[in-house]
Design a protein around this ligand. Structure first.
Ligand SMILES: NC(=O)C1=CN([C@@H]2O[C@H](COP(=O)(O)OP(=O)(O)OC[C@H]3O[C@@H](n4cnc5c(N)ncnc54)[C@H](O)[C@@H]3O)[C@@H](O)[C@H]2O)C=CC1
Ligand SMILES: O=C(O)[C@H]1O[C@H](OP(=O)(O)OP(=O)(O)OC[C@H]2O[C@@H](n3ccc(=O)[nH]c3=O)[C@H](O)[C@@H]2O)[C@H](O)[C@@H](O)[C@@H]1O
Length: 425
């Protein structure tokens, strides 16, 4: 089948390559020429482990090509996946500007029946809106179907997740479109949920919101554990072994970040408000997440004598989590802004992310030099096995705030550090 992917970001590029692997002919379309040129040269312009090898392979085999030529890309393909961004818009709603623009161009250039698939995360009712936006732009009436097929991959393990999904959700309203989608996914072994577009759109928001809720639950519980001197990691293990709860997304830390949880939880809150049945539980999830940073800041302030003015803080990690270069809604960047707001001098390090506006060093040794404290913000593997005995003499004060509970408290304290984790007692 000839597949067009519109929007060659984390999701679009991964999805396109997965379909190449399944034997389809794929075109990747983006407005950003810089990205398209890089991808066409077999170079991944973002960091995602394992993806570049697949890209290089399929570009050389001509199974995938990348273009900015919208008109021909739309005309030449039978199935079009919309994978553009749906960022946080005004009042917490999803901003559908990019989706609307894509739908408009698809309508303008449509030349025969096509299946239009929204893989972007979009609010309930968007499939219907996309249908209308396409129709409004069609010079003459040509039949088409719009399908919702949300994506559940995580950054950092995008390729693995896209190849081994827990489930595939197909929200279609015609048998013809459903048959096309079934055929596309025929080689996947996981359950396929077939439903209507509205339910499919809701499944995506409900999944992300539920995972975010687990994180806020364990983070708020960690504060109670802190007060009681209990190790929250033991609680995560203890409850996670109950198969009804499950072990995942129970790692206490600095709060969830990234390009999706914050925006998607907010968007579902807005949807629920519009129905007159607000999801108050999710309002709390957001509140707890915001407080987690403040809780952490309070600890830092207390340990460093109540005032951060002129203190030097070394922040390890800028990405919102390990194995990605994405800093959207990164807890680390939010914390850095707060630290700088209190006149601290912040020195940063990240193995992958390069940040222009910050005092960044390429080596951890340089970053911690003269620091009153180190804050571990991103759970990069590189930070798990640092030689803390060698780093200690470089610091002004041996203080570690472990925002990811990555280090062994006992071992670190034996080296003479003051250690504070997230209820990591
Ligand atoms: N990043 C992730 O891990 C996941 C993201 N999602 C959802 O997938 C969607 C895409 O997310 P990302 O891949 O992270 O976004 P991204 O920001 O990495 O990529 C989006 C791309 O769309 C392009 N674009 C915008 N308007 C366009 C147009 N009119 N024509 C062609 N290209 C256009 C942009 O230039 C950009 O390259 C979002 O709705 C997101 O919520 C869903 C699951 C996982
Ligand atoms: O819709 C999306 O974009 C994606 O959002 C998340 O994926 P992602 O944002 O890449 O990253 P996660 O691994 O889910 O982590 C999100 C945030 O929660 C934090 N987290 C995660 C797990 C945990 O136990 N504790 C915790 O604080 C992470 O550090 C990170 O800041 C979901 O896991 C994906 O299924 C979904 O497709």
């Amino acid at each position: 089948m000839k597949i067009l992917i519109v929007g060659t970001g984390y999701v679009g590029t991964t999805t396109g390559l997965i379909f190449c692997k399944m034997g389809h002919q794929v075109t990747g379309l983006d407005l950003d020429e810089r990205k398209i040129n890089a991808l066409q040269a077999g170079k991944l312009y973002f960091y995602e482990p394992g993806l570049e090898d697949l890209l290089t392979k399929h570009v050389s085999a001509q199974n995938i090509r990348f273009t900015t030529d919208t008109e021909n890309a739309v005309k030449e393909n039978d199935v079009i996946f919309i994978c553009v961004g749906t960022p946080l818009g005004p009042q917490g709603k999803a901003d559908l500007t990019f989706v609307k623009n894509v739908a408009g161009t698809i309508g303008r250039y449509m030349n025969h029946y096509k299946v239009i698939v929204t893989k972007s995360t979009v609010p309930v009712g968007t499939a219907e809106n996309v249908t209308n936006w396409i129709k409004e732009n069609q010079p003459s009436s040509i039949p088409f179907d719009v399908v919702s097929n949300p994506e559940f991959l995580r950054e950092g393990s995008a390729l693995h997740d896209a190849l081994n999904p827990d489930r595939i959700v197909i929200g279609a309203s015609s048998d013809k479109a459903r048959a096309v989608m079934r055929n596309l996914y025929k080689d996947f072994q996981c359950p396929i949920i077939e439903t209507n577009p509205q339910a499919s759109e809701m499944i995506k928001y409900a999944a992300n919101s539920f995972l975010a809720m687990k994180i806020s639950f364990i983070n708020e519980l960690a504060r109670v554990c802190d007060a009681l001197g209990i190790n929250v990691n033991d609680i995560s293990t203890g409850i996670g072994l109950d198969h009804r709860i499950g072990p995942h997304f129970l790692r206490a830390g600095m709060g969830f970040g990234g390009s999706c949880f914050p925006k998607d939880v907010n968007a579902l809150i807005q949807t629920s408000k519009e129905t007159g049945r607000p999801l108050s539980i999710l309002e709390k999830v957001v509140q707890v997440n915001d407080e987690q940073q403040l809780y952490f800041m309070k600890k830092i302030r207390q340990v460093l004598g109540g005032n951060l003015e002129n203190k030097t803080i070394a922040v390890l990690g800028l990405a919102f989590k390990a194995n990605t270069d994405d800093t959207r809604e990164s807890p680390s960047l939010i914390l850095i802004e707060k630290l700088r707001g209190e006149q601290a001098a912040v020195q940063v390090h990240d193995p992958v992310v390069k940040s222009a506006g910050l005092m960044q060093f390429s080596k951890v040794e340089e970053t911690v030099k003269g620091a009153d404290a180190v804050i571990l913000c991103t759970d990069w593997n590189d930070y798990k096995n640092l030689d803390w005995a060698a780093l200690k003499p470089l610091m002004k004060q041996p203080v570690i705030f472990d925002g990811r509970n990555m280090l062994n408290k006992t071992k670190i304290e034996e080296l003479g550090f003051r250690y504070l984790g997230v209820a990591n007692h």
